[in-house]
Design a protein around this ligand. Structure first.
Ligand code: NDP
Length: 488
């Protein structure tokens, strides 16, 4: 068991109240660590440190080359501590080792990508009608409050930190109160590689209090939030006080459209991956399977036949492919949706309960669950469950599939399976979602923009869009004639 402190102004500090929170392993309840339980007072100190660091100009005036090199060092340091980060992510949030390995690699790559982009921030010049010289320059926004959820603690932190730092901002990051460990370990790397004090501040503590302060404090210029849509709305409301720049990455109820002409084997495989990777605790999880009636029976039979291959257990144990849910409270929420699905009249094909056996007794496990004959108005077809629950809705025609897919308040992700690429394009072009796949599901690239339509969010992370989200735009007009203009 390790005791952690938070990173404020380059120093490792306890919460002012002295309070701590126990961090436990969701697979067995083991105590992993104690972390400071900050509140709005601690958040204010972190914000003020970031403000001082930004206003002093030291970081902003650090050359883009130097900033980029520091980001490369962070990338390298993450890889140097690869095993530690993998184990920490598995123990802290419950994911299987194979997935954590992917996350840590991707987190390091994210810093490398934005380290490279730091030197590629360019402005423009404009020809103006009166012959003056006009420049457009890009500048950091200032102090950023960054709030991340518990499902990809390290990766979500890196998606926010790397572009913000490449662009020259100073920031305060708040991981979820449930999974703060990898962000705190990352904090050690920032001090080791030589970031000036106050540029990166990392505070632990609950959303109500520390998180709200980041969203509402007038010294914060931008808030970047990833989490649920209900919380995102609160963040947006709080951010209005000083008209903050806001980026929101929110929830989804993402459709997978499987047509009768699909590559059957491949579509079955991807569908299981779409629904059950990371225990279904993925904003972009394919949680609504829309499958053409002509192959509906055969397709769901094959899904159900393969589900027993998904071995549940502690993510570090050999062969485990699905871990526990992040907390008992979250398991209760997922189980309440399973009850709702049964009460609504959906047909439970598999799962729907906790696995039996002594090894599962202390963990928050729920079996991979598939509901068939779901109708579009059922709550399990409309609301984000954020767990291993797949709702199957059959359809007859392409038009019907598109209408069903778009019948959601969310618009984060969607996948289409068909051997007819013309159809694939035609369908994808009509789907209202920001992240889409044809004949695959879930691959995510640091180079590609991430974010949703409708109530799945505002703005994009990753790729060139990700650095845009941390830049202001200034026009500079230079008059080229020394003579007075003689207006008055
Ligand atoms: P929450 O919305 O509950 O929390 C997200 C973060 O916000 C946490 O750090 C939380 O702190 C904090 N928070 C909570 N309340 C407030 C508040 N009033 N003001 C400011 N911050 C607050 O989401 P979960 O952590 O439960 O994560 C699951 C959700 O995240 C899902 O809906 C999922 O779809 C979404 N998500 C979206 C992604 C995307 O890219 N679109 C990616 C990953 C997840 P604390 O935990 O300490 O309460």
């Amino acid at each position: 068991m390790q005791e952690y402190k938070m990173l404020i102004d380059g120093k490792w500090v306890s919460a002012k109240s002295g309070k701590t929170r126990d961090i436990t392993d969701p697979a067995n309840g083991d105590l992993l660590a104690k972390v400071p339980e900050s509140n709005s007072e601690d958040a204010k100190l972190a914000i003020e440190a970031a403000r001082r660091a930004f206003d002093s100009g030291e970081w902003r005036k650090t050359s883009a080359q130097a900033r980029g090199k520091l980001l490369f060092k962070v990338s390298q340091a993450i890889m140097n501590h690869f095993d530690k980060f993998v184990e920490m992510e598995v123990r802290d949030c419950g994911k299987p080792r194979r997935e954590a390995e992917f996350d840590v690699t991707d987190a390091a790559n994210c810093f490398e990508y934005y380290g490279g982009l730091a030197t590629k921030i360019h402005g423009q010049t404009m020809q103006t009608p009166d012959g003056s010289v006009s420049l457009i320059v890009r500048e950091p926004i200032g102090v950023c409050g960054q709030i991340v959820p518990w499902n990809y603690p390290l990766l979500m932190s890196c998606w926010k930190l790397a572009p913000a730092l490449a662009a020259g901002n100073c920031l305060v990051l708040k991981p979820s109160e449930l999974t703060p460990l990898s962000a705190l370990e990352l904090g050690k790397i920032f001090t080791e590689v030589g970031f000036p004090p106050g540029v990166v501040n990392i505070i632990t503590g609950p959303g109500a209090g520390a998180g709200e302060e980041l969203a509402s404090n007038p010294l914060v210029d931008k808030v970047a939030f990833t989490g649920g849509t209900v919380t995102g709305k609160k963040v947006m409301e709080n951010a209005t006080h000083n008209i903050k720049n806001v980026t929101l990455e929110l929830g989804g109820k993402n459709p997978i459209l499987v047509f009768e002409d699909c590559n059957f084997e491949s579509a079955v495989d991807w569908t299981l991956f779409a629904a059950f990777a990371n225990q279904g605790e993925v904003c972009s999880a394919g949680s609504r399977l829309l499958v053409q009636k002509s192959i509906h029976r055969k397709f769901v039979d094959e899904l159900v036949k393969r589900v027993p291959r998904i071995k549940l257990g502690h993510g570090l144990a050999e062969g485990v492919l699905m871990g526990p849910l992040v907390s008992a409270a979250h398991r209760d929420k997922v189980e309440s949706y399973i009850k709702i699905g049964l009460a609504e009249g959906a047909k439970l094909l598999c799962g729907g309960k906790r696995p039996e056996g002594a090894e599962y007794a202390k963990g928050n496990f729920v079996e991979p669950t598939i509901f068939d004959h779901v109708t579009p108005n059922m709550r399990i077809a409309r609301e984000e469950i954020f767990g291993p629950v797949l709702s199957v809705i059959p359809f007859e025609t392409e038009e019907e599939a598109i209408a069903l897919a778009n019948d959601s308040e969310y618009g984060l992700a969607a996948g289409v399976f068909t051997s007819n690429l013309t159809r694939g394009h035609r369908v994808i072009n009509q789907l209202r979602a920001g992240i889409t796949w044809i004949n695959n599901y879930h691959p995510t690239y640091n180079e590609m923009p991430w974010g949703g339509y409708k109530q799945s969010g505002i703005g994009r992370e990753l790729g060139l869009f990700g650095i845009e989200a941390y830049l202001e735009t200034k026009q500079i007009n230079i008059w080229m004639d020394d003579n007075p203009i003689g207006w008055y």
